[in-house]
Design a protein around this ligand. Structure first.
Ligand code: CTP
Ligand code: ZN
Length: 157
């Protein structure tokens, strides 16, 4: 099979959409976290996804296609911590009209837990808030206890 045929076949694994957003290059293990963070489990739009697809860069990637949904930058940037290489494709009338990458926000509210068990956010009803110091590895400094949450230590709320 020629390279082009292989490429086409891979793409066809999840059918094309007419209008909406295709989020590509999500690490397969973070697919469901991305779904939760974007609140895709709470909307009525048509959503298709594929996971454990081959990717040269990620080894194994996932892709999500959300029909009739166009995200605000603030909204989509929330996934930067768990899908730093995510690529957004904006689809209008079956054509890719724009491509975007995600950018980690400087401050991240909610979404992740502070790694410090003694932190007030783990003991009282206080929403977490971190300054994002780095994205690879993810390094977050808690606004309340100043402790760092790094890489694998990061857990979703
Ligand atoms: N796509 C889609 N529906 C469309 C058009 C595109 O679901 N109507 C999806 C494609 O399947 C692909 C992504 O949107 O996963 C990007 O499309 P395209 O830019 O055509 O693909 P590539 O050139 O492979 O893009 P890249 O290399 O940037 O990933
Ligand atoms: Zn803390």
């Amino acid at each position: 099979m020629s390279n082009d045929t292989t490429k086409k076949k891979l793409k066809l694994k999840v059918s094309a959409i007419k209008e909406g957003t295709v989020i590509d290059h999500i690490p397969a293990q973070n697919l469901f976290k991305v779904i939760t963070i974007l609140g895709l489990d709470k909307i009525e739009n048509q959503i298709t996804f594929g996971t454990n697809l081959e990717s040269q860069k990620l080894g194994s990637k996932a892709i999500i296609k959300v029909s009739d949904k166009f995200f605000e930058n603030d909204e989509i940037n929330k996934i930067a911590l768990i899908a730093p290489d995510a690529k957004l494709n904006i689809i209008r009338d079956y054509e890719v009209v724009e491509k975007k990458i995600v950018k980690a926000p400087e401050i991240i509210k909610g979404i992740v837990k502070c790694f410090n068990p003694k932190c007030i956010t783990n003991n009282e009803k206080v929403t977490t808030c971190f300054k994002v110091l780095s994205t690879s590895p993810v390094t977050l400094r808690c606004r309340y206890c100043e402790k760092m949450t790094i890489g694998e230590q990061m857990r979703m709320l």
